[in-house]
Design a protein around this ligand. Structure first.
Ligand code: PLP
Length: 441
């Protein structure tokens, strides 16, 4: 009997005993293609020799030094690498140990920024209903996934939500992407006015939505309009790239494709590639200066921030991501994945939408393609697909839940960037078979 409180109690999980490249092997000797990188984490696959060597070398130097006493070469180098890669305007880095921690830190930076500049009345957070920003209290309050929030609502801080940018379901017949973006920007502006223009501190969004829907990118102009609205009212823009960042969508930061620069950006998952738990917040000079010239302190901190072994792993991951062939493969294999999914699934009466960017792709399942009617939630189609896929040696990331009153089943694919064409084809073949089996059951 297990003594671990597993997320889903009573399931008989296979035991992972080895990982190599894009494969994980269990204790029964079964092999699984890591088609989702776990949860969009393992961007370089498993057992990557260069990363392991970098970690080992760091362990031989120093494994841990508390950040109130010391900085380290590896942490400093990681910050330098990230600033060099980021669009101009994201000038400083705060290292943490994961995605939720990054979101919590970004929210507190936004709040402290306004306190430091003498605007303590700014306290409201606006985010989007179609979103996931983590599971800690502040991050959960910020996210807009009703199912995950429901029982914790009484203990969550107050936050506010506006509509997602979700063209498949929300863009109206005959509406252009520009008009749709305009409508969403107007909704955000109306929410700001409703709350009081000098009381809102931040708007939070994922550039490409991951864990609630599966790879839903914005329409053109959406983030440009969001940036304009935030600027008009002096509100900080926080973009959460915990899942979609680190090259996942074909550019180092997904936000590069939107032509805007946020005030704060959160990253994690692919930053450590699963070799180590690590995340970061990148912030603008404006915020840094407010702290430096104000209290001289960011009133925050966790024991493991800037952990040297995590930083060593991340440095090597980032170094590999910077090699031109890495991103070229993300784009090439991403195109192949989309084309293959289209060919195999677009005609299926149960597949409503296939979308995404780079090696970040989503499939939305529907009971009726014309009306976009989702499956009855009791059927838990997404869970069945996961089970059927595992039986066929494929890991895919299932999502199901109610968003804005509409239930939906989605599958996210986010394989490692080292994937090869034949392996992409195998993912498609196995996923198509799993979907077929799940909808027939
Ligand atoms: N933000 C986004 C966009 C995420 O997708 C996730 C995790 O899926 C998080 C934050 C939370 O990250 P973590 O699970 O590392 O705490």
């Amino acid at each position: 009997m297990t003594k671990i409180l597993h997320r889903t109690i009573g399931t008989n999980l296979p035991r992972a005993v080895a990982g190599e490249g894009i494969y994980i092997t269990d204790s029964e000797g079964r092999s699984y293609i890591d088609g989702s990188g776990g949860a969009a984490v393992s961007c370089l696959g498993h057992n990557h020799l260069e990363v392991l060597q970098a970690m080992k070398a760091q362990m031989g130097r120093i494994s841990y030094a508390h950040t109130s006493f010391f900085t380290t070469d590896v942490a400093e180098h990681l910050a330098e690498q990230l600033v060099e890669l980021a669009p101009e305007g994201l000038d400083y880095v705060y290292l943490v140990s994961g995605g939720s921690e990054a979101v919590e830190a970004a929210l507190k930076m936004a709040r402290q920024y306004f306190v430091e500049i003498g605007k303590p009345q700014r306290r409201h957070i606006i985010a989007r209903r179609q979103s996931y920003h983590g599971n800690t209290i502040g991050a959960l309050a910020t996210g807009g996934n009703a199912g995950r929030r429901e029982q914790f609502k009484p203990i969550l801080p107050e936050t506010h939500h506006v509509s997602p940018c979700y063209a498949y379901r929300d863009m109206q017949m005959g509406e252009t992407p520009e008009a749709y973006a305009e409508r969403l920007a107007a909704e955000l502006e109306a929410k700001i006015i409703e709350l009081g223009t000098d009381t809102v501190m931040a708007f939070v969004a994922e550039p490409v939505v991951g864990a609630t829907l599966g790879a839903v990118g914005p329409v053109a102009h959406y983030f440009k309009r969001v940036r304009q609205v935030c600027d008009k009212y002096g509100i900080l823009l926080i973009l959460d790239e915990v899942m979609c960042g680190m090259g996942r969508t074909g550019t180092f930061f997904a936000l590069e494709q939107e032509g805007i620069v946020p005030d704060l950006v959160t990253i994690a998952k692919g930053l450590g590639g699963g070799f180590q738990p690590i995340g970061a917040v990148m912030l603008s000079e404006k915020i840094y200066r407010a702290f430096a010239e104000g209290s001289g302190l960011f009133q925050h901190g966790h024991t493991y921030i800037g952990h040297p072994i995590a930083a060593a792993a991340a440095n090597k991951v980032v170094e590999i991501l910077k090699r031109p062939e890495t991103m070229t493969n993300v784009i090439k294999m991403g195109d192949r994945l989309q084309a293959g999914l289209d060919a195999a699934l677009a005609q299926s009466p149960y597949v409503g939408d296939i979308r995404g960017r780079g090696l970040f792709r989503g499939v939305e399942l529907v009971a009726d393609k014309d009306t976009k009617q989702p499956f009855d939630p009791v059927r838990k189609i997404h869970s069945k697909i996961k089970k059927e896929a595992m039986q066929r040696g494929l890991m895919c990331y299932p999502m199901g839940g109610t968003i804005d009153g509409v239930y939906g089943d989605h599958i996210l694919l986010a394989p490692p960037y080292i994937i090869q064409p034949a392996q992409i084809d195998l993912i498609i073949e196995r996923l198509a078979a799993a979907i077929n089996a799940a909808v027939k059951s």
